[in-house]
Write a protein that binds this ligand. Sequence first.
Ligand SMILES: CCC[C@@H](/C=C/S(=O)(=O)c1ccccc1)NC(=O)[C@H](Cc1ccccc1)NC(=O)N1CCC(N2CCOCC2)CC1
Length: 221
Amino acid sequence: APEEVDWRKVPGVVSKVKNQGSCGSCWSFSTTGAVEGQYGLRNKSLSLSEEELVDCDTADEGCNGGLPQYAYEQIITLGGLETESDYPYNPFPSKKGCRMSKKAPKYPIKGFVNLPNNEEIIKAWVAYRGPVSIGINAFAMQFYRHGVSRPFSFLCSPKQLDHAVLIVGYGHDTSKKGKVVPYWIVKNSWSTFWGEKGYYRVYRGSNVCGVASDVSAPLLP
Ligand SMILES: CCC[C@@H](/C=C/S(=O)(=O)c1ccccc1)NC(=O)[C@H](Cc1ccccc1)NC(=O)N1CCC(N2CCOCC2)CC1
């Protein structure tokens, strides 16, 4: 696989950074981001609806949490994802129920894969198959400003995942003289004011914060 990959450079693969607001819907943003990536690789540039999953996905828990794997299954059940503009996001918990429309186009998936906890395999998958959803321990993200994050594992256990985000590429930082620091490029859903214009770079190679512990990707029909 190439030494560096950044899907943000390929038009249509990575949508703009979004903001989940005061709702624990990170799992929905991680899922829609991965589906957007697959359609983008087929030259369909889409921004897909997180709100559809928050309101209509009965396997997950809306603003109280969820898992991309459950969300992929639910997208199949629901017949696909509507676009962001057809089913816009509400940053506050709403009890309005599922408001999918018969007229709006839906973008289906046919399944998903879970990737093994192996950062070389994940690197190759990202390079050749596009962005992937990951669970992560977000401890270090709450204090992150910029640079390559590499907290000690006792501060960021790879076994205590509590957030879901999207890997959109990888590279290595050589800004520290003589040191080459490999990293993942991670798209977060906490607005562009957080991190590096909404993005997080985290050390690649030792399952820091569990980045490789729960990796999945949707498959298109
Ligand atoms: C309250 C939900 C918070 C939300 C993300 C919120 S957040 O705002 O992005 C954030 C995260 C961390 C620090 C600060 C802020 N987290 C989740 O949705 C996380 C994301 C995740 C965790 C682990 C692996 C993969 C993905 N998921 C979860 O919180 N859950 C996973 C599903 C679980 N269900 C229990 C009952 O049986 C069905 C499953 C409920 C908890």
